[in-house]
Design a protein around this ligand. Sequence first.
Ligand SMILES: [Zn+2]
Ligand SMILES: [Zn+2]
Length: 95
Amino acid sequence: MASNSRAKSARTRAIDAFQLTVECGICTNVSQLRLLPCQHMMCAPCLGTILKSSNKCCPFCKERLTEYSAQSYPVCRITSDLQRDIQQLADALKD
Ligand SMILES: [Zn+2]
Ligand SMILES: [Zn+2]
């Protein structure tokens, strides 16, 4: 029988899933997240790298990006609040 001790609990997996929604999908940065027109988000440094490349499109859905500066994309403010709440939840659920 496999031990349960190494398996993640359902609540740990839930927290992991929430954290995935509030971090850059490329580098897992959780600050400076920018919202793309397609509603995907990534951090400003990653977005800047893409905007400097010849193929300016969302890495997740390939939608073309028409603004050439990371600053032109709105900051995704909800993620910073959500990230803090998730961290508090994670701390509260620690054994
Ligand atoms: Zn990033
Ligand atoms: Zn996209």
